[in-house]
Design a protein around this ligand. Structure first.
Ligand code: FAD
Ligand code: NAD
Length: 367
């Protein structure tokens, strides 16, 4: 349906222009939108073709050209937020004057719904792999120097591996390398590394293959996807995070963002559901963070605890939630994030509705 791909009313199509100096070529995208940030720009330079995508609400504007001359693999990206301008500065390999920017490639200068752009992958190198629990590991991937990509808070990417000729693709949510790094720094270190907490399922299709990768091997990583937006957290005073198992991953950047960027925040509480104590991801870091940071509390709930466990037990329930969801003041502005196995998330959202939270106050992370 053609009409479906046209920009919705009120969203005017961006445009682009370019200029050069003796040593550089600058491509300027005029987004015609104000609050554009660096994480809404994804740039890849591959074999002298440039693909620059600007994500504007649920649309995507593409500059896609086969460059007329060679450039160096390093480039810089700048966003002038108040006028919604993006600048990509390429360094020429030879200081000759370019007559044109280059050939127009697929979907160049188009402004279409993001869901219709398809996933674009770049090859990233496995830099390190570290055990976090008995079955979950922290993977660090390095983006190519010729890519600018920052995953927005709470969003995921797709990882793709080719196994005996067939591509396998699964979604994963980038995290920061730790919960205890300096919160003054940007939420995710821009450009270079992406970290993932991934549980390996011995009988799974994808994760055993991922686990077999050696340091230095390559894996394809897509651009960011997902409908969580930090604007949902504006003015929020009480933030409640409900996570089960690896459903903890989107909470990592949400928690970092909350503690470093939300001036309205009074309290952020995490209720973390796992089967056993051994399954708890970053337990020690979470406990340290709770000691260090007055605004943060964590509670662990186990569904299959050992007899020694004297903390909370069971699956997500009305009783657990009504005790946990205490506001810092009676009419405070609250927001809830929930993520885990689908039955967990579905049941949680149902219980939250029962407890009179509205859809505007809940974000469920799903596929
Ligand atoms: P699968 O082949 O999908 O199998 C998973 C488990 O189910 C295995 O134990 C397998 O034995 C069992 N199983 C498979 N088929 C059947 C069947 N027919 N009957 C019974 N059991 C079966 N995971 C993370 O670890 N970290 C993340 O950050 C993360 N982010 C995600 C973000 C999103 C948006 C979504 C939707 C999922 C995310 N996941 C994440 C989950 C991830 O995408 C994969 O689903 C997960 O890694 C399992 O993949 P797999 O191919 O190894 O296992
Ligand atoms: P797990 O099997 O270790 O279970 C963790 C906890 O989830 C359990 O202790 C229990 O409290 C709860 N739980 C499990 N099954 C339940 C059920 N049927 N009803 C109610 N509660 C239940 O979890 P895991 O293997 O770490 O799986 C994590 C899940 O989170 C995966 O399905 C993954 O796809 C999903 N996930 C989704 C996203 C996302 O959508 N953005 C991100 C990360 C992970």
């Amino acid at each position: 349906d053609v009409t479906d791909t046209l920009p919705r009313e009120g969203l005017s199509s961006p445009s682009y222009d370019w200029f050069q100096t003796e040593s550089s070529v600058t491509i300027v995208v005029y987004t015609k939108q104000k609050n554009i940030s660096l994480d809404s720009v994804i740039v890849d330079l591959q074999d002298d073709s440039l693909r620059a995508e600007a994500v504007i609400k649920d649309h995507s504007y593409l500059v896609h050209v086969g460059l007329s001359h060679e450039v160096q693999e390093n480039f810089s990206v700048r966003v002038i937020e108040n006028v919604g301008k993006i600048e990509i500065v390429l360094q020429k390999k030879e200081s000759v004057s370019w007559q044109c920017l280059g050939d127009h490639l697929e979907k160049h200068d188009s402004f279409i719904q993001k869901k219709d752009t398809g996933l674009y992958y770049r090859r990233c190198q496995l830099i390190s792999k570290e055990d976090v629990t008995h079955d979950t590991r922290l993977f660090c991937l390095m983006l190519p120097p010729s890519t600018h990509l920052q995953v927005p808070v709470g969003q995921h990417v797709y990882l793709k591996l080719s196994v005996t000729g067939a591509d396998i693709v699964k979604p994963y949510t980038p995290v920061s390398d730790s919960l205890l790094s300096d919160f003054k720094e940007p939420v995710l270190s821009p450009n270079k590394y992406i970290y993932f907490l991934i549980k390996i399922y011995p009988a799974g299709l994808f994760t055993p293959e991922l686990d077999r990768l050696q340091i230095g091997d390559f894996i394809s990583v897509s651009g960011p996807e997902g409908n969580f937006k930090v604007s949902k957290l504006q003015e929020v005073e009480d933030l409640f995070l409900l996570a089960a198992g690896t459903g903890f991953t989107p909470m990592v950047t949400v928690l970092n963002y909350a503690l470093s960027h939300m001036s309205s925040l009074r309290k952020v509480k995490l209720m973390f559901f796992n089967k056993t104590e051994d399954d708890i991801i970053w337990r020690c870091q979470l406990e340290k963070l709770a000691l260090r940071e007055k605004r943060f509390d964590v509670e662990f709930v186990l569904s299959a605890p050992s007899p020694e466990w004297n903390g909370k037990q069971g699956h997500i329930s009305r009783a657990l939630l009504s005790e946990f969801l205490q506001r810092s003041s009676e009419n405070s502005r609250a927001f809830l994030c929930i993520c885990g196995p689908t039955p967990f998330t579905d049941e949680g959202i149902r219980l939250l509705h029962d407890l009179n939270f509205s859809d505007d106050e809940i974000h469920g992370f799903t596929a």
